[in-house]
Design a protein around this ligand. Sequence first.
Ligand SMILES: CC(C)(COP(=O)(O)OP(=O)(O)OC[C@H]1O[C@@H](n2cnc3c(N)ncnc32)[C@H](O)[C@@H]1OP(=O)(O)O)[C@@H](O)C(=O)NCCC(=O)NCCS
Length: 198
Amino acid sequence: MDMADQTPRGKAAESRCDPRAHTYDVQEILPEEYGLFLSHLLRLDARTREDRFGMAASDQFLRQYVETTRAVGTLVLVSIEAGQVRASAELRPVPDPDAAEATVCVEPAWRGRGIATRLMSQIVDEAKSRGVRRLYVRCLATNAAMRSLAAKFTPHLVLDATDVTGRIDAVRWRVRHPLHALVRRVLVGARAALSARA
Ligand SMILES: CC(C)(COP(=O)(O)OP(=O)(O)OC[C@H]1O[C@@H](n2cnc3c(N)ncnc32)[C@H](O)[C@@H]1OP(=O)(O)O)[C@@H](O)C(=O)NCCC(=O)NCCS
């Protein structure tokens, strides 16, 4: 049975399934949507699983992961399109009560539309409202997309042999004007052009 049809938000989303009218709304997962969350993770290809989890992740691992995520009360945000979770982000507790870990995942066909940026913005806001001061994001050093996303939220990115860890100051972080991204892109381009000429 397709779980997509079972949830209230799934039904509502299907009824407004107009590809030109995507809103990429981000919402906290409802208890009945964990099946959709699992289906989203199970759809991920091997490369995406490795990028998301930092290692190969079997279907069995993903099933256990969703169970644990639910059991420990991790905050899960989802973006639901046409009754399916297409992107997710998590605010995961760590032993330090002032800190937390953020993760994000967007299915390949849904990337490059700002969904991860929206999810991360909301995760930082949620962290701040829960009194989390430091938010960590971690990805493989080879993960250019995540490095780029992380750089939108923090200049504090540390590279070790295999991973990059970003530390986001959740207290100070604020949503930037959209022009900020444009200015940043122009500056990065100008810097690349200058170093190419040198
Ligand atoms: C990383 C990921 C979440 C980005 O999702 P997305 O929805 O495409 O991201 P956005 O559209 O919000 O783009 C975020 C920024 O990354 C940049 N970006 C996206 N893909 C990129 C790529 N392949 N290379 C370099 N930069 C990239 C975008 O240009 C954007 O920056 P901008 O706003 O200055 O233009 C997505 O690629 C993904 O789910 N990867 C697999 C899971 C993963 O790696 N998770 C991280 C570990 S938890």
